[in-house]
Design a binder for this molecule. Structure first.
Ligand code: CAA
Length: 451
């Protein structure tokens, strides 16, 4: 624990205090800088995690120790509020009807795009908002509290399609496709993307691609069928994984930018789903589709690595969606418990309800921390494969559990549409399935911890 603090300001926060208490430079501060464990043991009422040092000169200090903070910046809070306001004013009206009639929330997506939420993490050079992944988690949670059909569209466009293109596309591809995708519109029309990996026989077993992309010299000939495609009919651009060389296994898979309007592309019937019924999920088939060579992303054989790397970030989006579904259900259960009376008092006064709410709040907080940690790692260039899988499996299982308990808190009212929690419960289920099932996340986690 060596270090030299010539001028130190630190911001201890008393447990339970809302605002940080700023202490001025003093000899004590310098001593505490040199011996931070002394600070913690001398002032045990100061939370270690909320201590923040602003060093001018620090040598050899273990940065994680000093710099861990559980505070959002002003910008983060503004983004969170903007998303919350949007969800309540634009998504809440009509959410039950859209779910009932499986109506794609086009109007909401267009407005989200105007606010910059469809290309949140994309650089402004390509029409994006240039925000960090933490902001994305915050926005996804708020939108998902109200309408997970809107948020899945937002998640796929942001973290699978736009991120994948920005990270691995070339300059021409970015200019042509990423810029309108990040803006969510082109010439005033909706312009979003979809991610085409899953097939009838390649869901979890994603390396078993049957869709083929035959190399024909200056183009590829694409044939096959993709399943469960979010944004299937509303997207203008598809990122399609296909097998070019079977003998090479996963290393023979490529990824292509394919326009929906090209000859040979057919959008199948819309799936009639349990949840996220507003989102448009379709199968897409390709019959002798000519894909120009310049529409391949990355080097030959990069497609599976592209899919895995992109999905690691996508899983942060879906984890945040699950977090939002859970917190939306919890907030409704909490509010209901304060109004509903049984046995002569509001049900929040019954321990059976109190314990449910306590467990809900605890699991939601744990999910939120996992989501934010994965996002923070991504923003700081740290490998986030493990943390995104942990966030996804935990948050999605929390969403399923919390939303089911929220229905239980509501009793019979929870079972009807007007109270929203039955829809949140139906929406929760998919978060345990798409972008890698809970079982796939456990494969990723166990491989990481056992290697
Ligand atoms: N980053 C880079 N490379 C990776 C990687 C990663 N995260 N994970 C695997 N790879 C590489 C491996 O290193 C391996 O290469 P080598 O042979 O050179 O070592 C190659 O990819 C094959 O990997 P595995 O041997 O690990 O493959 P596997 O068959 O055992 O499967 C799996 C691994 C984790 C189960 C993977 O298939 C998987 O993630 N499946 C789930 C697919 C999925 O999430 N689908 C979601 C569809 S998209 C969606 O749902 C969007 C939506 O609509 C909302």
């Amino acid at each position: 624990m060596q270090g030299l603090g010539l001028f130190i300001v630190f911001l201890p926060q008393r447990r339970g205090d809302a605002a940080p208490l700023r202490l001025r430079v003093s000899a004590v501060n310098c001593i505490c800088c040199l011996f931070p464990h002394l600070l913690i043991s001398t002032f045990p009422h100061f939370s270690r995690t909320s201590v923040s040092f602003s060093p001018i000169f620090l040598l050899d200090l273990p940065h994680n120790y000093y710099h861990m903070q559980f505070q959002l910046s002003e910008e983060h809070l503004m983004i969170q509020k903007a998303a919350r306001d949007f969800a309540n004013t634009e998504c809440l009206p009509g959410v039950i009807e859209r779910d009932e009639h499986q109506k794609f929330p086009k109007e909401q997506i267009m407005k989200l795009a105007e606010l910059g939420f469809m290309g949140m993490m994309v650089s402004p050079d390509y029409g994006g908002s240039g925000m960090d992944t933490v902001s994305y988690v915050l926005a996804m949670e708020e939108i998902s509290k109200v309408d997970a059909s809107v948020s899945v569209c937002m998640s796929v466009n942001n973290s699978l399609v736009s991120w994948g293109l920005e990270a691995f596309g070339n300059e021409e591809q970015k200019k042509k496709y990423l810029t309108p995708l990040a803006q969510g519109q082109k010439d005033g029309e909706l312009y979003i993307g979809a991610f085409l990996l899953s097939e009838p026989e390649a869901g979890s077993d994603a390396t078993s691609q049957r869709t083929t992309a035959e190399d024909k010299g200056d183009y590829y000939l694409l044939n096959g069928i993709k399943n469960w495609i979010t944004n299937g009919s509303s997207a203008s651009v598809y990122l399609v994984m296909a097998q070019t060389d079977v003998a090479k296994g996963p290393k023979g898979i490529n990824v292509f930018i394919v326009e929906k309007a090209w000859p040979g592309v057919t959008v199948g019937a819309k799936e009639n789903k349990l949840g996220i019924r507003g989102s448009d999920t379709h199968s897409i088939s390709f019959t002798d589709v000519k894909v120009p060579k310049e529409n391949r992303i990355g080097a030959d054989g990069f497609g599976f690595t592209f899919a895995m790397k992109t999905l690691s970030g996508g899983r942060i989006g879906i984890a945040s969606q699950a977090l939002g579904i859970a917190s939306g259900a919890y907030e409704r259960a909490l509010a209901y418990s304060k109004q509903r009376k049984a046995f002569g008092k509001e049900i929040m006064h019954h321990q059976a309800i109190q314990f449910k709410l306590a467990d809900m709040a605890t699991r939601i907080e744990a999910s939120r921390l996992l989501c934010l940690k994965a996002a923070w790692e991504k923003d700081n260039g740290i490998d986030y494969t493990l943390s995104s899988s942990m966030a996804k499996v935990y948050a999605s299982e929390t969403a399923m559990w919390v939303s089911t308990e929220a229905v239980q808190v509501h009793g019979g009212y929870g079972y009807v549409k007007e109270f929203h929690v039955e829809r949140l419960m139906r929406d929760a289920k998919i978060t345990q399935i798409y972008e890698g099932t809970s079982e796939v996340q456990r494969i990723v986690i166990s491989r990481a911890i056992l290697k």
